[in-house]
Design a protein around this ligand. Sequence first.
Ligand code: ADP
Ligand code: MG
Length: 256
Amino acid sequence: MESPSPAPAMIEVRHLRKAFGGVPVLRDVSLTVSRGEAVALIGPSGSGKSTLLRCLNLLTLPDSGAVRVGTQAMDFTGGQRLPRDRDLAAFRARTGMVFQAFNLFPHLSVLGNVMEGPVTVLRTAPAEARERALALLDKVGLADKAAASPDRLSGGQKQRVAIARALAMRPEVMLFDEATSALDPELVGEVLAVVRQLAAEGMTMVLVTHEMAFAREVADRVVFLRDGTIVEDGPARQVIDAPREAATRAFLSHFH
Ligand code: ADP
Ligand code: MG
């Protein structure tokens, strides 16, 4: 009998370093995320969480190290030339990113927001893009808002449109950077419900979040970053309920 092979890694980050103005923000960060895994990235403000997330889709270019998402790989070791725009675009097309600010196109309808990327970037036929956008809006519970202008939506609704818009590009990986931090508390749940559903469907995800109960429930793993270094990386419940490192315990004590 064959032994079961481990799930292939979807994201692989090796020896990532990044400094801003000579100040190190990521110090030799290595991270592997398996296909279908949901990883919560936690840590104090300024610890480098957003920078690490942005390095995963090369919105921020590492100073050195290597990043691979699916079949797209880029090696920055040795500080070679900057990558070409075309190569960056191909890399980024494999990831969907959702930010704290919703960043919807204000001049387009909700449906237009979700159709825009597929039509202009993927060259999907408009009729097909429309059908798929409607299906995605239905998935995030906003089928009835397709014709609405984004400025008529609540923050939670806007964020669900932003998720639908990212999914319309058929990403292999979804990255969430504090997707619920700007929301009124009563609107957080409807966005987390969509993220929970994506996790259940097996989407590979990295989530920067301050929602510890959510991280514990939905993430497979929790990674604690402090001062540009991964201090702890383990099963979500172990890290949240019984952290091994004193620094993780100290950080989590702020949430109880
Ligand atoms: P976190 O998301 O954990 O709060 P960030 O990755 O946003 O942390 O930032 C880590 C550090 O890097 C902070 O000190 C921040 O000020 C700095 N930083 C982030 N982005 C930039 C940038 N584009 N230019 C200069 N400094 C930056
Ligand atoms: Mg941040």
